[in-house]
Design a protein. Structure first.
Length: 227
């Protein structure tokens, strides 16, 4: 029960992010005319080695996570020192390592943390599972620039679809995701920048299946952005 309550709170935070995104993009006309919008495009690649597991959100361990994304970003507010931007990520490739292979043969039953009866499927081995998805809702808050370097905080929510149930046979192929993190942006001239950062990444089926193990990752990533 504790596990399900935590997941509900996590996805409540995701809903709050979506609300905040809508508020940020609904800037009054007068304010919008005072802040120039700067659209940009970029790409990034990140990796997390060995999922931490535990009872915070995702319970799975001993998995690596690799993500590759393409990002569209638009500044919606800025001042001399700070700025706020909305982001959208397309994720053409996601990989989770050591994910079970399985058959439809039921080898037993268990009771989930939510008290539901779960059929356990026969596992035949482990290997990588591939997926894709998107983070359509994202926000970034930029701090003061120090020479060519600018720090930022970010959060995003979306989904990943995998070629088989992830991270366990009794879960689902489709998983909801959210992430929060921080990073540095290194300006390269007036129109482009290099990115380096860290983000906590969570995926789970949000209790759309009786079993919802969840998978967390500490993702370190590199990328670039160009206006």
């Amino acid at each position: 029960m504790r596990f399900s309550i935590i997941h509900r709170r996590a996805f409540a935070l995701l809903a709050a992010l979506v609300f905040a995104l809508g508020a940020a993009t609904s800037v009054p006309a007068q304010t919008a005319t005072q802040t120039a919008a700067h659209p940009s495009l970029g790409a990034w690649f990140g990796a997390s080695f060995y999922a931490p597991g535990g009872h915070f959100l995702g319970g799975e361990t001993d998995r690596d996570l690799f993500l590759a994304g393409v990002r569209a970003e638009r500044t919606v507010w800025s001042s001399r020192s700070f700025a706020l931007a909305t982001t959208m990520d397309a994720i053409p490739l996601a990989i989770v390592t050591r994910n079970p292979y399985y058959t439809d043969h039921v080898v037993g039953f268990a009771i989930s943390r939510r008290g539901e009866r779960v059929a356990l499927l026969e596992q035949t081995g482990r290997g990588p599972v591939y997926g894709f998805g998107a983070n359509p809702f994202g926000l970034e808050f930029f701090g003061p620039r120090v020479h060519a370097v600018r720090p930022y905080l970010g959060a995003a929510g979306g989904f990943l679809w995998f070629t088989r149930n992830t991270p366990e046979p009794e879960a689902r192929r489709l998983n909801a995701t959210f992430e929060v993190g921080t990073g540095l942006r290194l300006a390269r001239g007036d129109r482009s920048a290099l990115l380096a950062g860290w983000k906590f990444h969570h995926l789970s089926n949000a209790w759309t299946a009786p079993y919802n193990p969840g998978l967390d990752g500490n993702v370190f990533y590199l990328g670039f952005q160009r206006r």
